[in-house]
Write a protein that binds this ligand. Structure first.
Ligand code: NAD
Ligand code: IPM
Ligand code: MN
Length: 357
């Protein structure tokens, strides 16, 4: 039985980078025996335009039935004035929640060829290999109550709730410890336990889960310090585990260690091992439609999809290696160029990866 990948291009540069990922998957099918069918649906602003909702019912139905989902990005200024529940970002949050994709793996890996592309010194980033494990279906993103209300004195106030239940912390901690077991066996849990009660509970539960993993060296760090340490000496980290919001912020920061936010893929997994794969960056409205976006984060998301959802580790290795090859050839999209290099566009980079497979 053939497996199905549901492709959700989304908005902005989403369709441009997804086109390169599809090109790659087609090449893996025709040249390397990958047995998979692609289906496509809308999400985000594209979903709103096509069906009046950022997460159309049909998209969700197809996603539930698929073996894996590959997503570009959502969002754009033309949708910013919509009511919050119709905004593109709600479509993304909705599909994460509906599929139960609580575990978000965001690897920040420096390709050696890009040591000079990072804005940090070569010696700070050379050899960098961090895995950020971000909780994805809880925390302040989803906590209730939330809203904007008018106080008795007539002034308005906005409010959100940061809440984590024990089982939510427990299951993300378990994923993080399991991940650490397969890597350098060091886990740093990032919180704000000096201020927040929810972090106190987080820390306690992570400690408890850690007793099942005596082989993993567990440490804790406050998020403000973690942000600083990521820039000061990022190689001290192996696996980091943190909440939805902290993980969102820290992974964007970590991406610059690898040269560009256009390099960071991600996998979002549920308890059944089903996954959605997407670059960590957004729809980049400032460069959309110009054919200059970096598609490597999306291509590396295909690699994660092959590895985690399709159990095609050899093909995933092949994709990772092809990315190394094109970088060694000196190909750079604009976000990776630091002066002097010839710059290639989105499609040329995708073609080069296919050629290097
Ligand atoms: P962004 O990640 O879209 O862009 C930030 C900066 O990085 C921009 O200058 C952009 O040009 C650059 N950039 C991002 N991806 C790139 C790539 N592949 N190649 C080259 N440069 C790239 O973040 P933003 O500007 O804060 O948000 C824009 C929109 O995207 C918003 O609507 C936001 O809500 C949405 N967003 C969506 C996702 C997602 O779909 N997963 C993630 C983040 C932001
Ligand atoms: C991401 C994005 C999303 C998030 C937004 C668009 C909802 O920033 O995937 O990192 O905050 O999770
Ligand atoms: Mn983000």
């Amino acid at each position: 039985m053939s497996r199905t990948i549901l492709v959700l291009p989304g908005d902005g540069i989403g369709p441009e980078i997804i086109a390169e990922a599809v090109k790659l998957i087609d090449a893996l099918k025709s040249r390397h025996g990958l047995d998979v069918e692609l289906d496509e649906a809308t999400i985000g602003g594209a979903g709103y335009d096509a069906a009046g909702h950022p997460l159309p019912e049909e998209t969700l139905t197809k996603a539930r039935a698929a073996d894996a989902v590959l997503l570009g990005a959502v969002g754009g200024p033309q949708y910013d004035a919509l009511p919050r529940e119709l905004r593109p970002e709600r479509g993304l949050l909705g599909i994460r929640k509906e599929l139960g994709l609580f575990a978000n793996l965001r690897p920040a890996l420096l390709y050696p060829e890009l040591a000079e592309a990072s804005t940090l010194k070569r010696e700070v980033v050379e050899g960098l290999d961090i895995m950020i494990v971000r909780e994805l279906t809880g925390g302040i993103y989803f906590g209730e109550p939330r809203g904007v209300r008018t106080r008795e004195d007539g002034e308005r106030e906005g409010f959100n709730t940061l809440v984590y239940r024990e089982h939510e912390v427990e299951r993300i901690a378990r994923v993080a410890f399991e991940t650490a077991m397969k890597r350098g066996k060091r886990l740093c849990s990032v919180d704000k336990a000096n201020v927040l009660e929810v972090s106190e509970l987080w820390r306690e539960v992570v400690e408890r889960v850690g007793r099942d993993y005596p082989g993993v060296e567990l440490s804790h760090m406050y998020v403000d310090n973690a942000a600083m340490q990521l820039i000061r000496a990022p190689k001290q980290f192996d696996v980091m585990v943190t909440t939805n919001l902290f993980g969102d912020i820290l992974s964007d920061a970590a991406s610059m260690l690898t040269g560009s936010i256009g390099m960071l893929p991600s996998a979002s997994l549920n308890a059944d091992g089903q996954g959605m794969y997407e670059p960590i960056h957004g729809s980049a409205p400032d460069i959309a439609g110009q054919g200059m976006a970096n598609s490597l984060a999306t291509i590396l998301s295909v690699s994660m999809l092959l590895r985690h959802s399709l159990r095609e580790a050899a093909l995933a290795d092949r994709v990772d290696a092809a990315v190394g090859t094109v970088l060694r050839q000196g190909l750079r999209t604009a976000d990776l160029a630091r002066g002097g290099e010839a710059v290639v566009g989105t499609a040329a980079m995708g073609d080069a990866v296919v050629a290097a497979l």
